[in-house]
Design a protein around this ligand. Structure first.
Ligand SMILES: Cc1cc2nc3c(=O)[nH]c(=O)nc-3n(C[C@H](O)[C@H](O)[C@H](O)COP(=O)(O)OP(=O)(O)OC[C@H]3O[C@@H](n4cnc5c(N)ncnc54)[C@H](O)[C@@H]3O)c2cc1C
Length: 235
């Protein structure tokens, strides 16, 4: 369902990695209440036929102040992200939301397997941060791949969480084949090695289609129904 549009003010900008930037927006007309995993639609004043509409997931759960935390990668020659990187504190954008069904099922009756590549981590980070704001009885595994260690945003946070939460299992993997230490297998291989025999899990997968779709197929070929898998595709 369409949500009303409103202006939002940029209240903070910071780099999370060489290519990923965080943007904090404060909606100026009404608070946007959302479930972790949802996204907002930005109407950007660029392109041949503005506005250019682009979706961005919330990176942090809802805040009492109503501010929204987004994180995006600067796509080379990307029109939308190329505009977003020019924004600075005090600038305004037009947005609407929330939208989307990439949310944790309720009640949660299975262990969760999160699989993300690159900025596909954004809604998953929001979900994990929300879930571990309270005690969790289910096992949760995060398989998270990035082009380089420096591009694994929130890596330190997930490492710290896995050190204190015995039911949070963090499996980062660096895909450039050049960094000596740590895991470098693609996420699909890691899924196969960890979950080949398990149908009693609920996978949540986020990234571009070429990444997400083979992983969903992997799980459906092992007997999961499509409704037992949740995906978010960025393109
Ligand atoms: C529901 C939803 C939620 C999204 N949430 C986020 C988010 O939290 N963070 C985020 O960075 N992006 C997110 N996106 C993608 C975002 O809407 C834009 O598509 C992205 O910023 C690229 O837009 P652009 O105009 O700069 O590039 P375009 O000119 O549209 O070029 C897109 C091309 O860049 C490549 N590419 C590289 N990185 C991305 C990327 N992140 N998303 C899409 N394509 C990419 C793809 O191969 C694609 O062909 C989301 C998309 C959807 C549909």
């Amino acid at each position: 369902m369409a949500q009303p549009t409103q202006q939002a003010q940029v209240t903070r900008v910071r780099a999370l990695s060489p290519t990923v930037r965080e943007l904090v927006l404060s909606p100026l007309e009404r608070k946007i209440s959302f479930r972790p995993g949802q996204w907002v639609s930005l109407q950007l004043p660029v392109g041949e036929h503005p506005p250019l509409v682009r979706a961005y997931s919330m990176a942090e759960p809802e805040a009492a102040s109503g501010h929204l935390v987004l994180a995006f990668d600067h796509v080379p020659k990307g029109l939308g992200s190329g505009y977003l990187v020019t924004l600075k504190e005090g600038d305004r954008v037009v947005l609407s939301g929330p939208y989307g069904n990439f949310v944790v099922p309720e009640p949660l009756t299975k262990d969760l397997v999160f699989i993300a590549r690159y900025t596909g981590i954004v809604p998953i980070r929001c979900i994990i941060k929300h879930l571990f704001g309270a005690p969790q009885s289910r096992e949760m595994t995060l398989i998270y791949g990035g082009p380089a260690r420096a591009e694994l945003i929130y890596h330190d946070e997930f490492t710290a969480l896995s050190a204190v939460q015995t039911n949070f299992h963090y499996v980062p993997t660096i895909l450039n084949g050049q960094e000596a230490a740590g895991e470098s297998r693609p996420e699909g291989e890691l899924v196969a090695s960890l979950f080949a025999d398990r149908r009693d899990v609920f996978p949540m997968i986020c990234g571009v289609k070429t990444f997400v779709r083979p992983l969903r197929t992997y799980f459906t070929e092992r007997g999961l129904e499509r409704r037992e898998i949740r995906v978010e595709t960025y393109d």
